[in-house]
Design a binder for this molecule. Structure first.
Ligand SMILES: Cc1cc2nc3c(=O)[nH]c(=O)nc-3n(C[C@H](O)[C@H](O)[C@H](O)COP(=O)(O)O)c2cc1C
Length: 229
């Protein structure tokens, strides 16, 4: 009972803090009066513990594709590699003493009202997402509670060390979780996400890079279309 109350208090205050941040950012954003023009931001999140490696490299290609979708697209890569994100906090378990928490900073960026779309990239770990990706999605509990992700376009990319290493089932497992946030899951048009084979660097996988570029473009195009109304 007490634990449940603690959790609800935590989630409530985290949600309120995010709402206040979003309101402040909205006031600062150079938007048109009808909100139909101005900057649309596409954020890619790399969920590999290895900063700057295959997943991050592939997401850069997604962001290149996003930029090509039209005027006013701004992009940012958030690399979770090396950051401390503990999933169990979402279940109300306090962080161990002295442990830092990098999620609030990430959540602040995602709460920016200019963010029109998101791309989540994960390495394939035994045919599923990385534990960092799972922890990140669990911490998105604040958005589950405050509805901050409802209707937001999201694309998923998976990077594996083998050609048929489970990229597609990994993409699907991430997408399954994203439906819980009522996000608008976007594919490449023909495939349901970008499957990359990062053997000796992601750039070697030409088909994977084409899919990554398309995925980014589709997420940005969808964000622009929604903004236009
Ligand atoms: C624990 C672990 C499990 C892995 N399992 C798979 C797998 O099932 N399929 C696959 O293709 N690659 C697998 N790999 C390889 C990674 O997916 C590959 O190295 C990928 O490029 C990692 O992404 P990164 O370069 O962004 O860190 C695994 C790697 C690790 C560390």
């Amino acid at each position: 009972m007490a634990d449940d109350l603690t959790r609800r208090v935590f989630l409530g205050s985290a949600g309120m803090a995010l709402a206040a941040t979003a309101a402040a950012a909205a006031a600062a954003a150079p938007e048109s009066k009808d909100g139909k023009t101005g900057v649309t931001k596409i954020i890619a999140i790399s969920c590999s513990p290895r900063k700057g490696k295959g997943t991050a490299e592939s997401l850069q290609e997604c962001l290149k594709g996003a930029k090509g979708a039209g005027a006013g697209i701004e992009t940012e890569l958030i690399d979770l590699g090396g950051l401390d994100i503990e999933g169990s906090v979402a279940a109300g378990v306090p962080l161990a003493k002295g442990r830092k928490d990098d999620f609030p900073e990430v959540a602040k960026k995602l709460s920016d009202p200019k963010v029109g779309g998101i791309i989540i990239g994960t390495p394939v770990y035994f045919s599923s997402m990385s534990s960092l990706c799972k922890a990140f999605i669990e911490r998105m509990m604040v958005f589950y509670r405050n509805g901050g992700m409802v209707g937001k376009p999201v694309g998923v990319l998976a990077t594996g060390g083998s050609r048929n290493g489970g990229q597609e089932v990994t993409i699907r497992s991430v997408q399954d979780s994203l439906f819980c946030f009522d996000m608008l899951v976007v594919g490449t048009g023909k495939r349901f996400g970008a499957a990359v084979w990062a053997k000796g660097g992601a750039a070697n996988d030409k088909d994977g890079m084409t899919a990554a570029n398309k995925l980014g473009r589709r997420v940005a195009e969808t964000a622009l279309a929604l903004k236009k109304g």
